[in-house]
Design a protein around this ligand. Structure first.
Ligand SMILES: [Zn+2]
Length: 56
């Protein structure tokens, strides 16, 4: 799993385990998924379910 607990990019809430989340992510340049964890931590923006609902 990720080393740090991801937080919602909008409200700052820590993402709970097993919570459904949304990640905004640029597709990696190299097109592979081998380093996806590191990539998620560096590039990913997490949103909790509630914030996504608010936006829609
Ligand atoms: Zn949120």
């Amino acid at each position: 799993m990720l080393k740090t607990i991801p937080k919602c990019h909008k409200c700052g809430k820590e993402i709970d385990k097993n919570e459904e989340i949304y990640v905004k992510l640029r597709y990696p340049k190299w097109g592979g998924m081998t380093e996806i964890k590191a990539y998620l931590q560096n590039e990913g923006k997490f949103f909790c379910e509630k914030c996504i609902e608010d936006k829609v």
